[in-house]
Design a protein around this ligand. Sequence first.
Ligand SMILES: Nc1ncnc2c1ncn2[C@@H]1O[C@H](COP(=O)(O)OP(=O)(O)OP(=O)(O)O)[C@@H](O)[C@H]1O
Length: 257
Amino acid sequence: MQTVSWRRDDRWILQNIDWTVRRGEHWALIGSNGAGKTALLNIINGYAWPTSGNVSVLGKKFGHCDVRELRKSIGWVSSALFDQYYRFRQNEPALNVVLSGKYASIGIYEHVSDKDREEAYALFEFFRCEELAHQPFHVLSQGEKQRVLLARAWMAKPELLILDEPCTGLDLLARERLLHAVQQLAEAPDGPTVLYVTHHVEEIIPLFTHAFLLQDGQVLASGKIESVLTDHLLSKLFGVTIHLTWQRGRPWVKLTD
Ligand SMILES: Nc1ncnc2c1ncn2[C@@H]1O[C@H](COP(=O)(O)OP(=O)(O)OP(=O)(O)O)[C@@H](O)[C@H]1O
């Protein structure tokens, strides 16, 4: 995207955002609460239209393409969004949630082939949660829901996978399992480009090649992980003095104030 700005109610939520993601790169998008991360994702998914600037996603320029068609190539995992949808579909089994990913719909309105069903079961196995397939989605724990939503997104084999704070509400083991699954998915031969949104630096696994720091709707820094994840830039981003230590390719935060 080039010089993208988004204004709402006399306030600039995003200002002059330049961001290019190339095939083979995986990005972490980091920012504090209210920085504009969700707003930026809404623009990438075509749910919000920039006030100014240009957006192209997967080589398709917005304004010159069918955004609904484009969305079929984008997997979006956001538990906040899906909790809202499935609150009204209390008996929907997790299997149907995964199957619906094939059609990018909420609920299933198409004929489901045996092959689709097999594929969905294989994904439950891949994410090590076979026992969840026949349970209603809305009763699952947060960690279980996230794995089901990841499987749902993967049913359509998207080229771009957007994970919006997928570890929110997960305990340590569930978080590490989910991160491992993300790494495996992305590294598969037909794996997607991953955009991973978080405010927790510890979730940045070695998969990520680049990071984008968003502050008050503006780019604080963007580029290769090692040049962006520095004590100086993260302290500036979060407004506290941060010291990072790296262990096995992952950054860990210490507050030094
Ligand atoms: N449709 C809208 N109309 C008016 N203001 C909005 C709209 N959408 C977002 N905002 C405002 O834009 C700012 C950025 O919101 P956004 O949800 O993108 O933040 P975020 O970085 O995702 O935060 P969090 O980490 O808390 O989820 C917030 O102050 C929010 O109130």
